[in-house]
Ligand binder design. Structure first.
Ligand SMILES: [Zn+2]
Length: 416
């Protein structure tokens, strides 16, 4: 009996020890499971790796470099080697591939971001066929300031088919030129706020403006659908008459800004700034900015289209007041000023680019002469800006090096 009880006791102790051992093993395994080890992330996409590593709260920094073998957006190298234990807050730096820097291809494709940019000057768009006018091509008047709807549609097709993509004037001025690889930027401008720029025929049930499909904006909206990658936009330079539709003007202006267009200053009274006093200059320039601000808040472009292109010299006594001044306690500063001009302007990365004295091209027909559309685009064939598709990098030929603005803060790549 005694020895049987003793055996039972030993058996129980052994059983207990076995249970304890199992528990110890489980605890060991559980705590061991909590350790995390770095895996090999090279050649994996940076976005998915970041998402995966997110739960470990690492301090991740990313650097981009060109790489001939690793696909763009994939990881080239990692600072923490594979199988190293990682803890919260550990610093991990990753090098991500920008793809191959193929200088030969950039050259072959004619990439040149020091090339020229056409800033097209339009006024009115008149709903007529070009054959119905008494003037050359799509001109509605002798000088071609007004263009037929037929000609305007043709212009847009021509720009698109020749690889031009629209950008905002503000983006051009700020050196924020963002068009796809191999494409060229173009800017459309409209002066004077003609009714036919954006003719409103009424309001719909929700109180939104109904835009005449044959006004300039009606046609631009049509081209937004026709070519979704056209980047459709334009800037409208207006005076105190706004769009000459008092009932709708404020709604029109807000609609334009909300739909990707810009509105700029054409002075209060379409004034000839060759002949105004300096105080009058500040009144008509500053007063118009003030009017734009009263309707749009800060959502207008601080850009002026000089009426009649005057003053024709930026040495004129009024020029400093085109640039900045004060009227009625309202201080203003102009970021860009447009002339009537005749030819394409240099790239905003060119050291000679002066945003306060930008040349425009007249959008008119003259049988391929005197800087009409045909002539301007013929001139652009070998001189135009051709994008590398990356907004933070500038690519051009080494022969253009002396033209580069030294203050540009972007990465610059030259090919020979
Ligand atoms: Zn004008």
């Amino acid at each position: 009996m005694r020895s049987r009880r003793k055996r039972l006791k030993i058996k129980n102790i052994l059983l207990l020890l076995a249970i304890l051992l199992v528990i110890a093993i489980i605890i060991f395994l559980l705590t061991r499971e909590k350790k995390v080890y770095m895996t090999n992330v090279t050649n994996m996409n940076i976005d998915s790796v970041k998402e995966e590593l997110n739960k470990y709260n690492l301090d991740i920094s990313v650097k981009y470099e060109y790489d001939d073998n690793i696909e763009k957006g994939n990881i080239v190298s990692q600072s923490i080697p594979e199988e190293t234990e990682i803890k919260e807050g550990d610093k991990l730096s990753l090098v991500v591939s920008r793809g191959k820097l193929d200088l030969k291809k950039l050259k072959e494709d004619g990439i040149n971001e020091l090339g020229k940019v056409p800033v097209m000057m339009y006024h009115g768009i008149v709903d007529k066929k070009s054959s119905e006018t008494a003037y050359t091509g799509g001109n509605v008047d002798r000088d071609g300031y007004n263009r037929t709807t037929e000609a305007f549609r043709k212009d847009l097709d021509f720009y698109y088919e020749n690889g031009y993509r629209m950008i905002k004037l503000t983006d051009y001025i700020n050196g924020n030129i963002d068009v796809p690889y191999g494409k060229s930027p173009i800017v459309l401008t409209f002066d004077d706020g003609n009714v036919n720029n954006i003719k409103v025929t009424g309001l719909d049930d929700s109180g939104n403006i109904i835009i005449d499909k044959n006004s300039a904006v009606g046609i631009l909206e049509e081209y937004k659908k026709k070519y979704p990658d056209f980047g459709v936009t334009a800037i409208f330079f207006i005076h105190s008459g706004l769009f000459q539709q008092p009932e709708y003007d404020e709604k029109i202006m807000k609609w334009l800004v909300a739909n990707g267009y810009e509105i700029g200053n054409h002075t209060l009274g379409h004034n000839n700034l060759n002949n105004t006093s300096t105080s009058e200059t500040q009144k008509v320039v500053g007063g118009m900015y003030q009017k734009l601000e009263s309707i749009l808040g800060d959502k207008y472009a601080k850009i002026i289209a000089l009426p009649y292109g005057n003053p024709t010299s930026n040495k004129h006594a009024n020029y400093p007041y085109v640039v900045s001044g004060e009227y009625d306690g309202f201080k203003y500063e102009t970021l860009g000023a447009l002339r009537v001009g005749w030819e394409p302007e240099v790239s905003s990365y060119n050291k000679d680019f002066n945003p306060l004295y930008i040349k425009r091209c007249r959008a008119y027909d003259n049988n391929g002469k005197e800087f009409d559309i045909e002539m301007v685009f013929r001139m652009l064939k070998n001189t135009r800006y051709v994008s590398d598709g990356e907004v933070d990098r500038i690519v051009t030929s080494l022969s253009n090096k002396n033209l580069m603005n030294p203050d540009i803060k972007k990465e610059i790549v030259y090919y020979e």
